[in-house]
Design a protein around this ligand. Sequence first.
Ligand code: HEC
Length: 128
Amino acid sequence: MKTLTKLAGLGCLLLSAPVFAAQCTTAQQHKGEALFTSECSVCHSVTVGGATKMGPNLKGLFGRTSGSLPGFSYSQAMKAKAVEWQMQSLEQFIASPQAFVAGTYMPYMGLANAEDRHAVACFLSTQK
Ligand code: HEC
């Protein structure tokens, strides 16, 4: 019985790994990079030690708490939100920044297309 449970657990691991990887294809990452360049890079750098533009550097964004990059003057709203940036929170935020973080300084209307939002999040997830 114990062995069976272990095997079942292993099966789940083996099954869930490819499903997770499939959340972001290379094509989506590339599409996201192009979208980031056209939609976000005017205000955000994404390189190590990249310039602070109007918005904070987004290198290593995933796993970071909102409003926590040292040296950047965030809105009180962004700091108070204290959300961890990952796929879901990021996709929600860029759909409508003001709706997700009421009072944010980010002057961006939002990306209307859900696939585009996912692609941008896929790209940023690779910027570790
Ligand atoms: C016109 C400038 C501008 C554009 C365009 C813009 N941003 Fe921002 N962004 C900002 C500013 C300013 C902030 C700080 C917001 C605050 O403190 O409330 C910010 C904050 C953020 C944060 C929070 C970072 C943190 O450290 O908590 C994320 C994530 C983000 N932007 C992603 C994006 C993405 C992705 C795009 C493109 C789809 C984008 N932004 C487009 C100006 C911009």
